[in-house]
Design a protein around this ligand. Sequence first.
Ligand code: M6R
Length: 608
Amino acid sequence: MCGIIGIIGKAPVTPLLVDALKRLEYRGYDSAGVATLINGHIDRRRAEGKLANLEAKLAGEPLAGTIGIGHTRWATHGKPSERNAHPIATDRVAVVHNGIIENFQELKDELVAEGRRFDSDTDTEVVAQLLTSYLERQLSPEQAMEKAMGRFKGAFALVALFAGRHDILIGARRGSSLAVGYGEGAMYIGTDALALAPFTDRVAYLEEGDWAVLRDTDCLFYQGVTQVTRTAKHTGLSSTLVGKGNHPHFMLKEICEQPTVLGDTMQQYLDPSRRVRLPALSIDWKNVSRLTMTACGTANFACQIAKYWFEKLARLPVDTEIASEMGSRKPPLSKGSVCVAVSQSGETADTIRAIKYAKQEGLKVVSVVNVPESQIARLSDVVLLTVAGPEIAVASTKAFTTQLLVLLSAAIDAGRARGTLSEEDERALTLALIELPRKVSEVIDAQEQFKALGALELLAKAKCALYLGRDYQYLIAMEGALKLKELTYISAEGYAGGEMKHGPIALVDSDLPVFVLAPSGPSFDEMVSNFEQVKARGGQVILLTDARGASRLANESTACCITLPDVHPDVAPILYAVAVQLIAYHTALSMGRDIDQPRNLAKSVSVA
Ligand code: M6R
């Protein structure tokens, strides 16, 4: 969602701001803007749509200045337009904001009653107007920000630039993240370390409720009126890490990185004797009676697959709750249960809300996250890291498969501790995990078969698609359908094979592509029945199976048969996840879609 950058230095700042905004593009946005100070006056350029529009505007009307702020906006209040694009400004202050000021209407009514005129439909404008009101009452920028923070309800990160003050930027956060970067003779503030990556790798994070005053050589942090210490640390991020390399899209790059990042993640969860073991886990699996797993989107499917693993391998009952539902309906959580939260970004507002609820109910929280400094990591009692590296494409790929790897490792660890997993089964599973990166490479190397699928007329003209699977593959069917809709805007549904006859079979006709996920194994014969039922009604089957499955169905006609390597049934969902990613990627490519930034979507969903 919205991306923020602020810079105070000695060099012309606009090109640096735009450069940083490019690195924040991955978060998803629909307008962008920058503001600087010129001879003490605020000047700004804003544009609806992609950053190219802002760049074109800046080419015609350049913006000087050595202090400035920039923003990519994902619309919440007010449609995407230049008028609603940030920075939102008065003649005294310009503000960039991520999050939602929940009580904006109440504040707006108050400010309008004072005689203030609003120029946008955004909730952000109350921040600019309230700060202006305080400045006009002779408060300093610092006093104004401290006082204003006490008035805002909701989750937000914001940075303000003040007219006449070339020496300071003020940032504040509650809920949404904000990081301060320490450079040489320049200071930076931005949404995350990625935005700051080429400028500096020394970063300090604002804590919940902090506000910070940035000068060109240092930064002071406050909680209310009290000065607090926030230590800068070196991040491992560099700008080279966040390029596309030789790939046309971040998504393809990230799909292709999976063998490496699965291997790197695996290393974290294997002990010297090559047994799966969680590092210094402060959880005694024998005393855990239940798990409550929570997440959003793709990470939620990781939880649902993990439920099958924990219940099978560790005989540990698991409830899965979509985080937005858990946070709002507040289900009873049994004592003795542990909450497991899964998130790539570690900043998803719905997941944070669910975690806070679980903590309030007295549960320990174990999180599986990809960003060690994220809010979710910091809120958790135990953090299990995925070592996926930055994931830039909106569609989650390598984060998902590494989440699955960590969760399967945790289920193995729990199964051993609870005495429900035999040594022989553990050995077979561990071996399958060790072989996984190689098998994922084989899937990626056999991309021709997915490219052929991309060229299928059937998919190009499809209005909807069905994905069917049983057991773990039912959940990969759900994930495959999510990936296809995100990237191609084709309406797609994932269903358990056994459920097809209870409703979705009504959709089947000769225009319906049906992806049948059928590795050979316990559910294969039942999936063959689904296959036959679809074909009997003229449906077009795209079969995903292994060599054995393909040879058993060799005499059957299919629109396409994708053959994947043989794999242990408990590890198969990780391998088939890569296949559904490639299906969505190549279909979207052949349709000319915006693969890395599909319409309306944001990478890090930081509003609830
Ligand atoms: O950062 P998170 O893992 O918490 O994000 C959760 C979802 O927003 C995310 O998985 C989303 O569904 C992806 N766009 C799926 O590709």
